[in-house]
Design a protein around this ligand. Structure first.
Ligand code: UDP
Length: 319
């Protein structure tokens, strides 16, 4: 395939680029480097099968040119990370709503296949065991920044699905749960790279809330493997798939695990949510995916457990 990856200089996008190139495909990356990083794709520059285009998905002409030259689009460009959404809500909404709408328009214009990255934030405060793709969303007020992200991504999903239903656009939606691995930075709030960074400096690990909130983490390599296969699967079009890890861990236990695996002298500092994010911030207590649908469609499975994931981040940050 000749694939356009919007947001391809980001953490997940750059791993996807590596993977597609290794599989013999051609890759065009469109990224404005707002949260993506040049270092993530620097090793690919100069390859005849790779092209980097610096720019935003909000630039309609540039986007048009990129989509026109590809047969497959992986739409990963987005304002991501709870911290960024809370700090820059307007910019985030523009990218996540207007930007995505433009990407769908162009994909439809050139009849390209498209995979859209959505998020587990879709489920909001639904703490059910093993959230299924058809489960209800439980959200707080849209006036709270966190939920505006969930709303924006829901609009992306509705657009992707409706383009498929009404116009036959071959679109597939994935809801990514906490994804981790090398190249992820802690700048936008992501907990594992932050904890590892703090541990390697022997600084206190910052646990927000009381640390009883739970998450499941998945290795980025397992995620991109599923992305490449889903976009190639006819039956996946018009469908949504959860992708994420199955091992549930509390954030306090995670902090202890990171300290143990790095042999760090760090202590743990508990910080109230109001201080960490903004007044009235609401967290999710628990978020566990049911990934049976992806397992059935493309044999999605995890190859690294939590310790393996932590080690991959430690090794990356040490380097
Ligand atoms: N978190 C934390 N300390 C940090 C960063 C995050 O305790 O330095 C918590 C955060 O409040 C959340 C969990 O770790 O409960 C996962 O946060 P992340 O931003 O990685 O992903 P989320 O699941 O919130 O999208």
């Amino acid at each position: 395939m000749k694939a356009l990856i919007t947001g391809g200089a980001g953490f997940i996008g750059s791993h996807l680029a590596d993977r597609l190139l290794a599989d013999g495909h051609q890759v065009v990356v469109l990224d404005d480097l707002s949260t993506g990083r040049y270092e993530n794709i620097e090793h690919l520059l100069g390859r005849p099968d790779f092209e980097f285009v610096l720019g935003s998905i909000l630039n309609a002409d540039l986007l048009d040119d990129c989509v026109a030259r590809c047969d497959t689009v992986f739409h990963l460009a987005a304002a991501v990370g709870v911290q960024l959404i809370v700090e820059k809500p307007l910019e985030s909404l523009a990218t996540n709503i207007r930007g995505s709408e433009l990407v769908f328009e162009k994909a439809h214009k050139y009849d390209t296949r498209i995979l859209v990255a959505s998020t587990s934030e879709i489920y909001g405060k639904n703490t059910s065991d093993r959230l299924g793709e058809d489960d209800d969303r439980i959200l707080g007020s849209p006036l709270k920044s966190r939920w505006s992200y969930s709303e924006a991504k829901a609009i992306d999903e509705i657009l992707a699905y409706t383009y498929w239903r009404q116009k036959g656009l071959r679109s597939v939606i994935v809801r990514l749960f906490n994804t981790v691995g090398p190249r992820q930075t802690g700048h936008y709030g992501m907990v594992i790279p932050r904890f590892v960074n703090q541990a390697l400096r022997d600084e206190p690990l910052t646990v927000y809330g009381d640390g009883t909130q739970q998450r499941c983490f998945c290795y980025v390599g397992d995620i991109v493997d599923a992305l490449t296969r889903l976009v190639d699967t006819e039956e996946a079009y018009g469908q949504v798939f959860n992708l994420g890890g199955s091992e549930e861990v509390s954030i306090m236990t995670l902090a202890e695990r990171v300290i143990a695996r790095t042999g760090s002298q760090s202590s743990i500092r508990v910080i109230p949510y109001d201080e960490a994010y903004e007044a009235g911030f609401e967290d999710m207590e628990r978020r566990v995916p049911n990934t049976d649908r992806a397992a059935a469609a493309v044999s999605f499975k995890q190859t690294l457990d939590l310790d393996g994931i932590i080690d991959s981040v430690v090794e990356d940050q040490r380097r």
